[in-house]
Write a protein that binds this ligand. Structure first.
Ligand SMILES: *Cc1c(COP(=O)(O)O)cnc(C)c1O
Length: 405
């Protein structure tokens, strides 16, 4: 299938190119010593991860440890309530640890093991990436340093406890605002010191090449399974698919199964409280081209051109940019990116819980809200939503802030 001169039959061979570019987005904008470490990871990725042995081992782990394949559920009561459109959910909430993040973490840490590394390094904001990394490190028996701002450590006590129970070393970052940005800087600095024995693992399809490609490829299993399962269940492809976009890893993997199909694809960004800068994190919707965290993409900037402060009720979505592949697919028009605010998200959170017995992660509830919106607009057909994670982590906060709706 061709779309705006891009041939999607050969898309994965063409994108990213050798230097990690999706069109003009992506690349690697980092200091020379780190560039050497990245080159080593890229080379290892193309040799080790494409080997039969690695692929077979990762498949076995996904089956026996992660609980894959995750099912697709027909959201029958919700669909009937809304009208004629049939809604379905790909259940990444049933993946071990309760979200899609473990898909790429298990791949990254298995690669680290094959490369002979002794330690994995990562940063975390809300703690979800840290927990997934700590889980993978425990499984493979590698050391694990998780850099986290002291402000976030106070806010995210349950995830800090999980990481410690799993044997990870949580390194407190106290300088500056002591949140995610400082944690990223500290993790990069540690990696520059320790790259001979350690590997740095990014939490989404962001950062310098090869991470946007590698994380997408490890998440591809979601889209691949979903396409096959949906065909098997209904005999057809869905008319539309939907995923939420923070950095964009759950969306990138899910979409990658359907890019070459006649399927409408929607990426949903968080509109938070509204359209003013600082009230949302809808970077593709309102951002401009720029470089941050080692890659070129579309980002939200402040008056100095630095990453702008962002907000969303979903802490997993409040990132001032999105992966370079999303910027590219947005520019091409192959994927449509739209927004959903906090209020519609909270409504969808309760709606899915009450109508289907599934409590979604507040991030995933953005995609559910958009699926509901599509179901009201379309007269017939089917919509498949990627339910990126479960909502246990969000329950206390939602009840405290919004009450029971
Ligand atoms: C972290 C997270 C996200 C956002 O990350 P992406 O890289 O955009 O997928 C979405 N859903 C859940 C459940 C998460 O934990």
């Amino acid at each position: 299938m061709k779309y705006n001169n891009v041939d999607f039959d050969t898309y994965f061979k063409q994108y990213p190119d050798q230097n990690g570019y999706f069109g003009k987005y992506g690349g690697s904008y980092i200091p020379e010593n780190l560039q050497q470490a990245m080159n080593e990871i890229t080379e290892a990725y193309f040799t080790i991860c494409k080997s039969r042995k690695f692929i077979d081992e990762l498949r076995r782990i996904r089956r026996e440890f992660q609980g894959r394949p995750t099912p697709i559920s027909h959201l029958e009561r919700l669909s009937n309530k809304l009208g004629n459109v049939q809604l379905y959910a790909k259940r990444e909430d049933l993946n071990h640890t309760g979200a899609h993040k473990l898909n790429h973490c298990m791949g990254e840490v298995l690669l680290a093991k094959y490369m002979g590394k002794k330690k994995v390094i990562a940063e975390t904001g809300a703690g979800q990436h840290g927990v997934a990394m700590a889980t993978a490190a425990a499984y493979f028996g590698l050391k694990c340093d998780i850099y986290m701002g002291s402000v976030d450590i106070k806010k995210q006590a349950p995830n800090v406890a999980r990481m410690k129970i799993l044997g990870a070393n949580v390194v407190e970052v106290t300088h500056g605002l002591a949140t995610l940005k400082e944690a990223v800087d500290a993790a990069f600095e540690a990696y520059a010191r320790e790259y001979k024995d350690a590997i740095y693992c990014i939490g989404s399809v962001v950062g310098p090449h090869p991470f946007p490609m590698m994380v997408r490829d490890f998440q591809h299993v979601v889209g691949e399974e979903a396409r096959e399962q949906f065909l098997h269940m209904t005999g057809e492809l869905p008319d539309a698919i939907v995923a939420c976009v923070g950095g964009g890893s759950n969306a990138a993997g899910f979409f990658s199964g359907f890019l070459n199909d006649p399927v409408e694809i929607y990426g949903v960004e968080p509109l938070g409280r509204g359209t003013a800068l600082g009230d949302h994190a809808a970077s593709l919707q309102y951002g401009t081209e720029g470089v941050m965290h080692g890659f070129n993409s579309i980002m939200l900037k402040d008056e100095n051109g630095d990453p702008a402060p962002v907000y969303s009720v979903a802490s997993g979505l409040d990132y001032p940019s999105s992966g370079p592949e999303h910027a590219f697919l947005h520019e091409l028009g192959r994927v449509k990116y739209d927004v959903i605010g906090d209020d519609d998200t909270i409504d969808a959170f309760f709606e899915l819980s009450r109508m289907e017995g599934i409590i979604p992660a507040i991030e995933s509830a953005h995609a559910v809200a958009y699926g509901i919106k599509l179901a009201k607009e379309m007269s017939h057909g089917s919509v498949l939503i990627n339910l990126s994670g479960r909502g246990d982590k969000d329950m206390d906060y939602i009840i405290e802030k919004y009450g029971i709706r």
